[in-house]
Design a binder for this molecule. Structure first.
Ligand code: 13P
Length: 254
């Protein structure tokens, strides 16, 4: 099964209106003819429209970093799926570890967001990953399995075409610590086995699973050679167009 690699740039709470547009233009210029890898960027909400226009005419896809599950109404501060589509988004991150562990989102909320986003025609990157303590306690696979089962509750095999999984070990995010290619591969293989049980083997084989956590130009190629690693979700290095583009190049099948 040939899976098209996908690389996402999660800009988190960084950039200004001007630097977001400039970064988007630089990413589009560097990756405009890239067709072996899908590329998406995830700017902060206020800059989505600006970035959408900077990306117009390029194959770079646009996503948001979060979404709320209700379609509209009295939910102060929240953003709906239709608002994201209205701003030109096709993608959304759901369940990022910073939302789970800093903001306090639970598995049930993550699941509602996944269902709402897919139901609204958005593509979803569902993020999973264990903390340092959970890894040291030997619970990494169990945590990832729980987050997958809970996050994908009620999702059909057909809807999995719109879902990418990002395995982002929390201890590797923004720390400069990266999972070894072997440890990351083991986690991706275990996640794919969970998908096979939840759906069926061919759905599991077709689902892209990205690695995230201090992926940089210097370590991307080794991670991408692993058979179950289908791209990356990049934080810090996505704020530099040259570094991000080098990672996109490393994800292209050789
Ligand atoms: P870093 O690449 O900065 O470790 O962040 C990874 C991440 O959280 C992407 O969503």
């Amino acid at each position: 099964m040939q899976r098209i690699p996908i690389v996402g740039g999660n800009w988190k709470m960084n950039t200004t209106r001007a630097t977001a547009a400039a970064l988007a233009r630089a990413v589009a210029a560097a990756n405009g003819t890239q067709d072996a890898v899908q590329v998406a960027v995830f700017p902060p909400f206020p800059y989505l429209i600006e970035v959408a226009s900077a990306l117009r005419g390029s194959p770079i896809m646009l996503g948001a970093q979060d979404v709320y599950f209700e379609p509209d109404g009295a939910f102060t501060g929240e953003i709906s799926t239709s608002m994201l589509r209205d701003c030109g988004c096709n993608w959304v991150l759901v369940g990022h570890s910073e939302r789970r562990h800093v903001i306090g989102e639970c598995d049930d909320l993550v699941n509602r967001k996944v269902l709402a986003a897919v139901g609204a025609g958005l593509n979803v990157i569902l993020c999973i990953g264990e903390t340092k303590g959970q890894r040291e306690a030997g619970e990494a696979d169990a945590v990832n399995e729980r987050q997958l089962r809970a996050g994908l509750r009620g999702v059909s095999a057909a809807q999995m075409k719109s879902i990418v999984i990002a395995y982002e070990p929390v201890w590797a995010i923004g720390t400069g610590l990266t999972a070894t290619p072997e440890d990351a591969q083991a986690a991706h293989k275990a996640a794919r086995a969970v998908l096979a049980g939840l759906f069926d083997p061919s759905t599991a084989q077709a689902t892209r699973i990205q690695y995230g956590g201090s992926m940089k130009p210097g370590n991307a190629a080794n991670l991408m050679t692993m058979p179950d690693i289908d791209g990356g979700l990049i934080g810090g290095a996505s704020l530099n167009a040259a570094d991000f583009s080098a990672i996109v190049q490393a994800a292209a099948p050789h």
